[in-house]
Ligand binder design. Structure first.
Ligand code: ATP
Ligand code: MG
Length: 578
């Protein structure tokens, strides 16, 4: 009974794709093999939505002892290039996955061409010379049948000759297409003589100008899966209606051979859609081209490289993807979930340091001038193995401007005249006042320290309600700190982008400019960090005590340190909106 319950519990925790795979394995499909692929089009950098697909494609193969290949779906030369191919590989590896083989759909151009010729010869495909508009007008609607093209029954020889011409370079783009001859009355719109080849004259990033006729997605994807021996072809829900076509082309390819136990099957799951986030490479490319962000890896971008530069870890991204799971319906996930995953991960890993991001000077008036003390600062209270490092205490310190108030309300437990406050890792001090400029701005804050309250001394346990962080002015390093916020003002920018285009006739760029959060980046050029950070390298993670998690930016040099705020310590954003 107990074993049964355990089995039940473990089954329950499987996602629906895992359940399908286990069923297929139990039924002996594909000879017990599991093979998946991640099939990006190299037309941009990967984003967090792709991370969801990657975790599934690679995760399933890993879990069931199978293989996952990387296949570039490179059938559209106008938008693709090698920069994207390289970036995609880098990002997958960074996420912690390794493919077995790298394939390219372009490797199959000859096989696909031969298959198309075969179909023409069998009367299952024909060249259509109508304009795209004419073809669209004949499509019909889901409830009314379409109209046959006047070219549908042209002689096979004519189609063969024209198909060769489509690939010869002598025809203009858009002048003709090859269509599969299926059923113009089918309730499945994808069966209404789908386009399978078109003319593109831009050279291809791998095959150069060898080809002028290129297969369309539906004619390339399923067959590529089949050539490679993919067993489970996982994709997102918008392909549900393509599935029957996926199966039909494979059946045609195998000419009625019984494939039941040995074929690739397509399964669909829900796309990731995050609030305050716009995905889709097309949109991200527009942001880059318009200069609305600094590049694909701008830390506000939802790209994998953007999150990396922002300070997210692969573990946090995988934890987040795992938590949202895979379903059969479209959802809008809360960015707060993603932020809490990165907080959780960095809490375990990030070294605690002191950084003052809005500095004002604190003078300890009873501390001897010129004296310094080396104190211990624990690197990570969550990880005893992480050890500690030294910090320097002196008479003049930088503290946060917000940590002093001349006329403070009752519950203000930081520096205000008469109040005792602990300086983190050092002494308790009593605030004695401040000096102001002619306009009333605080220039310096004054306090007196209580020697016996130093950590480890007689009165180190003396109770105070507030602890603040500090750095020694003579020892701290000036740094630039970049504070990021959400890139969009709108909770669901994907839907709003569509609405603005449709209802207000805006171009995508106009719509994006309307939705963008102008305050998504605040640069603080004059912050102070403790000297422990002098040799930091890009992508080092830190917790700036009491402020948030930060990461060293790639622009950072020892002469000019630059840090990115990954995430604040607590989710203050939700409250601010109320
Ligand atoms: P985009 O619109 O951003 O260009 P795409 O689907 O065209 O996305 P591809 O490179 O063709 O991008 O997709 C590679 C794989 O990633 C596909 O299997 C696709 O279904 C998946 N994918 C793309 N976007 C998402 C998303 N938001 N959530 C989950 N999977 C996604
Ligand atoms: Mg695409």
């Amino acid at each position: 009974m107990k074993a049964e319950n355990e089995e039940l519990a473990s089954k329950k925790s499987l996602n629906f794709i895992e359940q399908i795979v286990e069923k297929d394995l139990a039924e002996g499909k594909n000879g017990g093999r599991v093979q998946t692929r991640f099939p990006p089009e190299p037309n941009g950098y990967l984003h967090i939505g792709h991370a969801k697909a990657i975790c599934l494609d690679f995760g399933i193969a890993e879990k069931y002892g199978g293989v996952c290949n990387l296949r570039f779906d490179d059938t559209n030369p106008t938008k693709e290039n090698m920069e994207y191919v390289d970036a995609i590989m880098e990002d997958i590896k960074w996420l912690g996955f390794q493919w077995k083989n790298v394939y390219y759909a372009s490797d199959y151009f000859q096989q696909l061409w031969d298959f198309a010729v075969e179909l023409i010869k069998e009367g299952k495909a024909y060249v259509d010379e109508q304009t795209p508009e004419e073809i669209a007008a004949q499509k019909g609607t889901p409830t009314t049948p379409g109209t046959n093209s006047p070219y549908r029954d042209r002689p096979i020889e004519e189609s063969l000759a024209l198909f060769n011409k489509m690939n010869s370079g002598e025809l203009e783009e858009g002048s003709m297409v090859l269509r599969a001859k299926i059923d113009m009355a089918s309730p499945n719109m994808h069966f209404r003589d789908p386009l399978i080849y078109r003319i593109v004259k831009t050279p291809h990033h791998r095959t150069g100008d060898k080809w002028k006729a290129y297969p369309l997605y539906d004619f390339a994807h399923g067959q590529s899966d089949f050539f490679e021996g993919v067993t489970h072809s996982l994709c997102t829900l918008e392909f549900v209606s393509h599935r029957a076509l996926y199966d039909l082309f494979i059946d045609w390819l195998k000419k009625g051979e019984d494939l039941d136990d040995n074929r690739s099957r397509q399964y669909e799951f829900n796309k990731l859609n995050l609030n305050y986030t716009l995905l889709s490479k097309r949109n991200l490319l527009a942001l880059v081209n318009e200069g609305l962000v600094s590049g694909w890896d701008d830390p506000r971008m939802p790209t994998i490289c953007g999150y990396r530069r922002r300070g997210y870890t692969p573990e946090a991204i995988r934890m987040f993807v795992d938590r949202i799971g895979y379903t059969l319906y479209d959802a809008l996930n809360d960015m707060a979930l993603m932020e809490s995953a990165v907080r959780e991960d960095l809490n375990k890993k990030a070294t605690r340091v002191a950084a003052v991001v809005n500095p004002v000077k604190l003078v300890i008036t009873n501390y001897p001038e010129g004296k310094t003390e080396e104190l211990d600062a624990v690197n990570n209270p969550e990880d005893p193995e992480a050890g500690s490092h030294k910090i320097t205490f002196s008479r003049e310190l930088w503290i946060e401007r917000e940590d002093f108030m001349e006329d403070a309300p009752k519950k203000y437990f930081r520096l205000t005249p008469g109040n005792e406050v602990r300086l983190k890792n050092a002494y308790i001090v009593t605030c004695t006042g401040c000096k102001k400029d002619t306009e009333g701005n605080v220039e310096e804050v004054y306090a007196e320290y209580i020697p016996q309250t130093k950590t480890g001394e007689a009165e180190s346990n003396r109770k105070v309600k507030g602890t603040i962080h500090w750095v020694s002015t003579a020892h701290a390093i000036k740094a630039e700190v970049r504070m990021y916020d959400r890139l969009w003002k709108i909770e669901n920018p994907r839907d709003e982008l569509a609405r603005l285009q449709k209802e207000e006739n805006m171009t995508p760029v106009e719509a994006m400019k309307k939705m963008i959060n102008e305050n998504s980046l605040e640069i603080r050029p004059c912050c102070y960090v403790e000297s422990y950070l002098a040799n930091t390298k890009p992508l080092d993670h830190f917790q700036f005590q009491r402020i948030g998690y930060f990461c060293t930016d790639k622009d950072s040099t020892p002469e000019h340190l630059v840090f990115n705020r990954t995430v604040s310590l607590k989710d203050t954003w939700a409250k601010m909106q109320k």
